[in-house]
Design a protein around this ligand. Sequence first.
Ligand code: ATP
Ligand code: MG
Length: 445
Amino acid sequence: MRLTRYFLPVLKETPAEAQIASHRLMLRAGMIRQQAAGIYSWLPLGFKVLKRIEQIVHEEQQRAGHIPLLMPTVQPADLWQESGRYNAYGPEMLRIRDRHDRDMLYGPTNEEMITDIFRSAISSYKDLPLTLYHIQWKFRDEVRPRFGVMRGREFYMKDGYNFDLTKEDALHAYNRHLVSYLRTYERMGLQAIPMRADSGPIGGDDTHEFLVLAETGESEVFYDSEITDLKFGDREIDYDSHEACAAILAEFTSRYARTDETHDEAVWANVPEDRRRVARGIEVGQIFYFGTKYSEPMGAMVQGPDGKQVPVHMGSHGIGVSRLVGAIIEASHDDKGIIWPEGVTPFHCGIVNLRQGDSATDAACESLYSALTAAGLEPLYDDRDERAGAKFASMDLIGLPWRITVGPRGLEKGVVELTSRRTGESEELSAEAAVERIKGIYAGV
Ligand code: ATP
Ligand code: MG
């Protein structure tokens, strides 16, 4: 993309309404525009990052054997009356009436609808196990929408639902989700720690939240410092294997890690004092086993091997796709702007032309641009007639991890400059070598 043909409405001033870095930077970098409290348009740069995150979520869900579909945002109220949640949900639910006076709602989540889809089609245990998921907009009329996309009213979420014959199988689905989430967040350059969460009225400890450590996080968290040394890495996991998934769960959840809702001073006291950490975290996902809570009232039954009808065991599993854009920025920025991890960056690298209009420099930039594009990469070429300082400031603000700077002085020596946004380190090399380096970096992402 050439910057002169793009739509990147960066702001010079720091917006006064934004209280935290990610919100400020998303506004300044022209990623989003607020349309109403907690409701945003995703401008081209923000939209690109959202789509990269969505793509990683799809790939990792499907790697784990989960099947994508798409349910609507607007739902009929009847389904929620069946489960009993229509009255229980409260003012967070956006209730709508259509022209025929039918009660509708903008979905805050989809347990009821997916259960309805399941019961309409499946009646035998032979069709299990099954996990269906979608990535769709949700609406929750939050009391205090704030921090930009981190706590919106309209937000984008992956929600998946498992259907299993037995509790044991459903717990395997739970473990499988935990494993796939670890891999998902690491691909985005994030460390998200699974923490034992509050299961509310359902009881038991079959729910974990995934938290990204950040000073601006809304949850207070308590954890054993050893946990931050754990890396999932590029392990190959057989997602069908109960043992393999259970082993990973044990590895990542055996050390103390809890939010303030489940924090227990007595257990905490057993963690060696020098390893106790109290910090803040951003919730980027949650997994849940809830048994027959919806299948029973809604009649989602299957015939078991013994011929008897039994309600299926279910769980639901969410990832905050739009919140992740903010969470990644909270975890990765400096005073000049965003620093995108390679896995989610909107463009793979920037090209800065230091002397726009100089025929040799323009030609060198064009040739870099074509070489990168031919390699399947997306460069952002700053071809504006602007001072070098302004170009560098824009690139630093929007946070592309790599920048290639092209100027007449370097070209005389046959070199361009390759700079890492994260470390600030630069090196001089030929244009061909720079292209090879960028290709190599993204080959492993
Ligand atoms: P919270 O405690 O932050 O209100 P939640 O526990 O109610 O969230 P879940 O129902 O678990 O949310 O939804 C799954 C994921 O969706 C959350 O882990 C979070 O990342 C994201 N999410 C929830 N509410 C919002 C929101 N208002 N804006 C953006 N993302 C959200
Ligand atoms: Mg949650």
